[in-house]
Design a protein around this ligand. Structure first.
Ligand code: ADP
Ligand code: MG
Length: 387
């Protein structure tokens, strides 16, 4: 789960991580009131969307006067903000964060995330803040300092010092930095965060260190342990089909291609997406209906795939284990009748009762293309993609 900057900053504040003073606003009036309450100028008005690169896209602007607060808030609220992370369609801005404008001396980078390869939490810091960290990593990797924390041992003092010295902080700043990193590590562990990123972490002219930007992603599989942050979920920022799929416990991720696919088991789903690509087509989604999927889940999955207007064909690839092939076939036939399918559907089934399953599909009289095996399915899908 992703959350907004202003929400991440709320959590930062709880943990004692210094942030600029600020307030979220949904309307121009609220933005004006927020600026008055802050009682300082300039203020910075920041679009709240679940994507970075807002500054470059025109979603972060300085307002020097009260009139500018009104005009800037008015221009950002309701805008469709396009950044390198939103895709060309952009995101509608529904909220802004009105924040005291700080005098920045230097912009740094700091992040924490689980590193799967080493099964540790990796902390990364860089003097090259405010820039795309991927670019820094590619062009000047020596500018990134890393420490790996064994989660059973916890963050050790020598590690935070290594980060501080890597950032070439002076003594007065090291004193502020170290408790801040400890707090961020606690936050990351307490909430099962999959990413905590501050870009930029700033040193101000009056020599304070603050999190100017804040990004936290959470591991969805651990959300049941953190009911207190569920209220942070913003459905407006999520793909409507993904929201719909999550209601039925379907693992669905929308993608850019035109071949919809429905598979049971994540590994088989990945393999299926591979064969779609191998056949020269592009998958329209990832969809794992789960190993023990019911006919009802198959129907819901099918309906969700077909509500994507890009879908020009569907590949159903199911291994009948817990879900028998005849039950699946019956589910597909019923779903096909109910949802009024207008695109070709290729089905590859294997496993328990596969013969009965194929029989049901053949006899249904519906436009269902039964594939013999995976490569046959791939060829049939390729033909659809070409047509
Ligand atoms: P994004 O990463 O989405 O572009 P940021 O929050 O990092 O958004 O803001 C972009 C830039 O705007 C920052 O690098 C910083 O230079 C400036 N900025 C953001 N907030 C403030 C603030 N409160 N005071 C001064 N400058 C700010
Ligand atoms: Mg940023």
């Amino acid at each position: 789960m992703k959350i907004h900057e202003y929400q991440a900053k709320e959590l930062f504040q709880k943990y004692g991580v210094p942030i600029p003073r600020g307030k979220v606003a949904l309307t121009v009036e609220e933005a004006k009131a927020a600026a008055e309450e802050l009682g300082t100028l300039p203020v910075v008005i920041k679009a709240q969307i679940h994507a970075g690169g807002r500054g470059k896209g025109g979603g972060v602007k300085l307002a020097q006067t009260a009139d500018e607060v009104t005009s800037v808030a008015d221009s950002i609220l309701g805008m469709t903000l396009v950044t390198h992370q939103t895709g060309p369609e952009g995101r509608l801005v529904r909220k802004v964060l009105v924040e005291e404008g700080l005098e920045i001396e230097k912009e740094l980078y700091l992040s924490l995330l689980p590193d799967r390869a080493t099964a540790t939490i990796v902390l990364m810091a860089s003097e090259a803040g405010g820039m795309d960290i991927e670019e820094v990593a590619a062009a000047t990797p020596e500018k990134i300092v890393k420490v790996h924390v064994n989660p059973l041992l916890g963050l050790q003092p020598f590690m935070t010092r290594k980060l501080a010295y890597g950032l070439r902080l002076e003594a007065d700043l090291v004193k502020q930095f170290i408790p801040m990193v400890n707090a961020l590590y606690r936050l990351c562990m307490d909430y099962d965060a999959s990413l905590v990123e501050i870009n930029p972490l700033v040193i101000t002219k009056d020599r304070r260190i603050l999190a100017l930007d804040a990004k936290i992603n959470f591991d969805d599989n651990a959300l049941f342990r953190h009911k207190d942050i569920l209220g942070y979920r913003d459905l407006d920022e999520e793909d409507p089909l993904e929201v719909e799929a999550s209601k039925y416990n379907l693992n669905y991720i929308k993608m850019d291609g035109n071949i919809g696919n429905m598979v049971n088991g994540a590994g088989l789903a990945m393999a299926t997406m591979d064969i779609i690509k191998l056949a020269g087509a592009e998958p329209a989604n990832f969809l794992d209906v789960g190993g023990g999927a019911s006919a009802e889940m198959v129907e819901n999955g099918f309906r969700i795939i077909l509500s994507d207007p890009n879908v020009k064909g569907v590949l159903i690839n199911i291994f009948g284990g817990i879900l028998r092939c005849d039950v699946l076939a019956q589910g597909v036939v019923e779903a096909t009748k109910k949802v009024n399918v207008k695109v070709p559907v290729v089905i590859r089934m294997e496993g328990t009762n596969v013969e009965q399953g194929r029989e049901i599909l053949y006899k249904s009289g519906l436009n269902l293309i039964v594939a013999k095996d995976l490569s046959d399915a791939a060829e049939k899908v390729a033909a659809i993609a070409k047509a």
